[in-house]
Design a protein around this ligand. Sequence first.
Ligand code: SF4
Ligand code: SF4
Length: 255
Amino acid sequence: MFKSLRARIDQKYRTIPFPISDPVLPERYTGRPALSPEKCDRCSECVSVCPTGAIALRKKGITIDTARCIFCAECAEICPKDAIVFSREFRMGANEKAGLIENGAERKPISALNKKMLRTFGRSLKFRVVSAGGCNACEADINVLGTIGFDLDRFGISYAASPRHADGLIVTGPISMNMKEAVLKTYEAVPEPKIVIAVGACALSGGIYAGHAETCGGVDAILPVDLYIPGCPPHPMTILNALLELLDRIPRRNG
Ligand code: SF4
Ligand code: SF4
């Protein structure tokens, strides 16, 4: 007993100070793509290496659809003009799919829920997490938010064991056909009003499974989605920041 208390005292306070200060991200972190369309000479090398068809060549240069991007950084490596660089910006996500297309412009923050929803969920929000056919890396990063390092509960956000006790769903995976009915039934079991959050490339667009006959191609193929969080998997900080922007718990910041 004494030993455990001593160990706890020695560990000190271990929760990251975010949002008071920015988190320390690992050196190999690959964040939001920073594009310089004016540098692009339309050689299409990046398009040819992209495994998910996330890059489009436009008249005014390239765009990257972060709903599809798996952040492999192959495009940045092959681009001879340095038109694609992966920044250390972890703030990503959007209320609508169109907001996930990167074209070199500033990022708009996620819009907060309306006043009525904020009154209902702003201080206490419970999610049922549903894994619908992905590789489970997204769940790992969702679960890690519950640890002492991130302490999601300090914001009044937590995970519920039953959809009947939840205010919304967090869904990962491309919605495999054998999970479709389970996802729909889980959604129906959540009382109104409810929120749906899609996490990870699979849930946003089908990701690496896009076009496969045994998947639905993402959550919005079967449910209305309030928040899209990109990544493969998204860093826990990307998920946490997006949730706090949706709940209007952090200052609006462009990026
Ligand atoms: S980082 Fe994204 S856009 Fe670039 S090649 Fe990989 S999947 Fe395609
Ligand atoms: S988005 Fe990437 S990490 Fe998440 S489930 Fe799909 S393959 Fe796995």
